[in-house]
Every structure is written in structure tokens, then in C-alpha cells.
Design a binder for this molecule. Structure first.
Ligand code: SAM
Length: 447
């Protein structure tokens, strides 16, 4: 079938053009390319077979935590410019509309995501794609976090590594901990509770050694005053973020997305004669989430996809994970809940590695964005869908309100927000209409 001429498909690493996007929206994919031929995958249309397992790496519920001290007044070092939009300091505190405010005090801080099972250490137990994912009771003694993993190798989706060898040797004092904790919070909104001091030791001691510094206090001063503080801030972002992710994570939610959310949005576009789709994957880590969404769109639209103007804006704080996302090369572990036929259709297997196909890649535009930076969030193009899964669990209530409020503003009327299965907007926002589906809640922006 011949397709109408249009300017649809986006490529990575291209230049801005027209009204599609600009560098300011946080993406590195910036140009229009001529219409691409519709993919003719022999396996199209097989997506209804969602995997029967939930990801073993689903995050735990937020643990209870200790007190939060006032923010530090550190100056604002700038990170390096690996991507078009720099992660700037997040010092701005937007005024909250009443819909996003709450009389309740901020939630306790956290930095707790369940350690994923080692590959093949434990079989995935069969689970109905419609069953509600298990919620785990909050506990401050939850399984310790593993250090960020995705940026360690050229291939995304690796299993977590061991703790820092320097942790014992370099112990953080209470004062140093508070100083660094407040600095991190101010920069990116990630809040580390006081009972998670060991995380600071685990994640920052390597940096202190690498810079040949002697203490956490010296490291703090380095972050504030050194000429290389911008570069180091990016390193800090790498080590304080938890980047665990996988393709087709939380299949029940994705099934609702495919079968209940997208058809209405696509129909509305068709009947308006405007086949334009914008999706925002905020906190995209190494790219599995936005690429999953791109695969779902291919499965939904099939040959019709060539007639659509689609862009999935995928942002993260960490330049390292974004570099891995741009490469688009993955290992088997991160594909563990992806239906086999979709792996065959949308990846090129090369030895033990799986490379995402260009027809999927071109729908996604990666860029570095700090969710704590209101100005950066405002530059993201309006979306019909926002995915922000397993990200706000690392924020306190104040930061959650800022971010959720920005998503609300970004969404078009009837647009939908999807968050992680252990996350909730309770006490964060009453702006959205909650659509309860089996296994997930869709937060809808009504007119
Ligand atoms: C656990 S991963 C979730 C990845 C994916 N959304 C999923 O559910 O599989 C959380 C991601 O949020 C990112 N993140 C944390 N704080 C952020 C911030 N202030 N701005 C942007 N991204 C942030 C981290 O770098 C990390 O890659």
C-alpha cells in the first residue's frame, strides 16, 4: 500500500527542523526525514501474547526513613554537555497549584529499589498478565540498593555489581552525610534517608578514590568549587541514580496501555485528521521503556505507522545511561519479559547481543533532562502520554509534586500519565481522573 508523503520518522543525531522540535526540548533527535517505508515484519500483529511473568526487578515500596535536614545553599555547578540539554541545577521551586499541594508533611525520603534477581538465578514464576503486581510493605530495612549498573558496560541490561571496595576504608561522618545528601537533593531531587548512609559510602567512595581525595568533605568541596565540578556532577548523577529497567517491564500495565489507552488516543487523532503522536518517557534509563513503547506502536499501527508523525521523547538525568540508550544494544537479561516473537521482530541478534532495529529507534529521541529543573520540563513538547515509571519513588513529596505538576501541564486534554506499580499520587495530586484497570491505574487529564 502506498503511503502519503509526510515528514514523519525521526532519526537520532540529526538537526532541528520546522515545528517538530528544537534542542531545547531535551532531545538529541531533531530532524524530520522523508517518509520511511512501512516495516514489513513478518511477525507484526503478534503482540497480543504478553509475557506471563512480572519483572523480578519490580521496585519495592518506599521505605520509612529518618528526618530531612534543610537544603544546603551550595552554588550551582553545571554538568558536562554530553546532550543538547544540560542537566542544570534544580534550585527552582515552582509555585504549586492547589491541585498539587497537600497539607500533609513531605513523605520520608528513600532511595530504595529492590535488588533485581541475578540473571537466571531464580525462574520467573508464571503470572496472569491481568493480575495486580504485588505490593511490598514499606520497610527501612529493605534489601540494600545495588549501585547503578547500566553505565558499567557497553551493553545495557547487565546484572548489578558488588559494593564498593573502598566503603570500609572511607566512612562518612554524620555531618558529611547531611552535607552531601542535601547537595544531591538540591541538584536532582533524589532524597537519601538518614538510615541509608551506607548508600553514600557505597556509591561515592569510588569517586573519592578516583579523584584522589581524602574525605567526603573534600569531595563536597570539589563538587562545589572545583573547575571540573560540571563533569563531576554528571558522575555524581551516574552514581546516585538507580537505573534498573527492562523491556516490557510490568506487562499488565503495558497491556492496558496497548488495549485500553492507545486505541482511543489513536482514534481521536485519526478522526481529527491529525496523525501526530507525542509520548514522553521521563526517567528512561538505558532506553528499554521508550523502545518498548515504540515496539507497541509498531504493533498497533503496523503498516499505517509510516503515515504518522511520532516522537517518543526519552529523558534521563544520567548522561551515561542515555549513551547506552542511544547505542541500543542489549543483552538477554533485559529482554526476559519480552515476548519471543517481538524479540525476533524488532532486534538484530549478534552473538549474545540484541540490537534494536532502526525502525524502532527512529521513533525515539533521547536527551538529558533534570526533572528538578522546571525550565527544562517546560520545554518538552506537549504529549498525549507521559510515562514516568519507577522514578518518583526516589523523590520526597515536595519533589514529586513539582514533577507531577509538570507532567499535568505537559499533557494534552485526555492525555494519560502512567507511573510505576509501587508508586501513587496519593497526597501528591488530585488533578487527574483515576481510571482503575485490573493491574494498573491510568491517570487521565480531563478537560
Ligand atoms: C529505576 S529507573 C526507571 C527506568 C524506567 N522508567 C523503568 O521503569 O524501567 C529510574 C531512572 O530515573 C532517573 N532519574 C532519577 N532522578 C532523575 C531526575 N532528577 N531527572 C531525570 N531523571 C532522573 C534515573 O537516572 C534512572 O535512570
Amino acid at each position: 500500500m502506498s503511503q502519503p508523503p509526510t515528514f514523519l520518522s525521526k532519526t537520532l543525531n540529526s538537526t532541528p527542523s520546522g515545528n517538530q522540535r528544537s534542542a531545547a526540548d531535551g532531545s538529541s533527535a531533531t530532524s524530520k526525514t522523508p517518509l520511511q517505508a512501512a516495516p514489513s515484519s513478518p511477525l507484526q500483529g503478534r503482540f497480543s501474547a504478553f509475557p506471563r511473568t512480572e519483572s523480578p526487578s519490580a521496585p519495592a515500596a518506599p521505605p520509612a526513613s529518618g528526618l530531612r535536614s534543610p537544603l544546603s545553599s551550595a552554588p550551582a555547578p553545571q554538568p558536562g554537555q554530553s546532550f543538547p540539554v544540560r542537566a542544570t541545577t534544580g534550585a527552582d521551586t515552582p509555585a504549586q497549584s492547589s491541585r498539587f499541594s497537600s497539607a500533609r508533611p513531605a513523605s520520608p525520603g528513600l532511595l530504595g529499589e529492590k535488588t533485581p534477581a541475578r540473571p537466571f538465578a531464580k525462574p520467573n514464576l508464571p503470572q496472569s498478565p491481568f493480575s495486580r503486581p504485588q505490593q511490598t510493605a514499606p520497610s527501612p530495612l529493605r534489601t540494600p540498593l545495588t549501585p547503578s549498573t547500566a553505565f558499567r558496560s557497553q551493553t545495557a541490561g547487565t546484572a548489578p555489581q558488588a559494593t564498593s571496595p573502598f566503603r570500609k576504608e572511607l566512612q562518612v561522618s554524620d555531618e558529611e552525610f547531611l552535607q552531601l545528601r542535601d547537595f544531591i537533593y538540591k541538584q536532582c531531587g533524589i532524597f537519601i534517608a538518614e538510615n541509608r548512609k551506607y548508600l553514600v559510602e557505597n556509591r561515592l567512595s569510588n569517586r573519592i578514590k578516583a579523584l584522589n581525595l581524602k574525605s567526603y568533605h573534600e569531595y563536597y568541596n570539589y563538587l562545589r568549587y572545583d573547575a571540573s565540578r560540571g563533569t563531576e556532577l554528571n558522575k555524581l548523577f551516574e552514581v546516585v541514580t538507580t537505573n534498573e529497567t527492562s523491556f516490557f517491564r510490568n506487562p499488565p500495565q503495558l497491556e492496558i496501555f496497548q488495549k485500553n489507552v492507545m486505541p482511543g488516543i489513536l482514534d481521536k487523532c485519526r478522526s481529527a485528521g491529525r496523525k501526530k503522536l507525542r509520548i514522553w518517557s521521563a526517567g528512561c534509563s538505558t532506553g528499554e521503556e521508550p523502545y518498548t513503547l515504540a515496539i507497541i506502536l509498531h504493533e498497533l499501527l503496523k503498516g499505517e505507522i509510516a503515515g504518522w508523525d511520532i516522537k517518543i521523547t526519552a529523558n534521563d538525568l544520567s548522561a551515561a545511561v542515555l549513551a547506552a540508550a542511544q547505542r541500543g544494544v542489549y543483552n538477554e537479561y533485559t529482554l526476559r519479559t519480552t515476548p519471543k516473537n517481538l524479540v525476533e521482530s524488532y532486534f538484530l541478534k549478534d552473538g549474545q547481543q540484541y540490537k534494536i532495529l532502526p525502525e524502532v529507534k527512529r521513533l525515539v529521541a533521547f536527551g538529558q533532562i533534570n526533572l528538578n529543573d522546571k525550565a527544562q520540563l517546560q520545554r518538552v513538547e506537549k504529549s498525549q502520554i507521559v510515562f514516568c515509571r519507577n522514578v518518583i519513588i526516589y523523590f520526597d513529596d515536595e519533589m514529586k509534586r513539582k514533577v507531577i505538576s509538570a507532567f499535568y501541564d505537559n499533557l494534552e486534554i485526555n492525555g494519560a500519565l502512567l507511573i510505576g506499580h509501587s508508586e501513587s499520587l496519593h497526597n501528591i495530586s488530585r488533578a487527574f481522573h483515576m481510571e482503575h484497570h485490573k493491574g494498573t491505574i491510568i491517570y487521565r487529564k480531563l478537560g
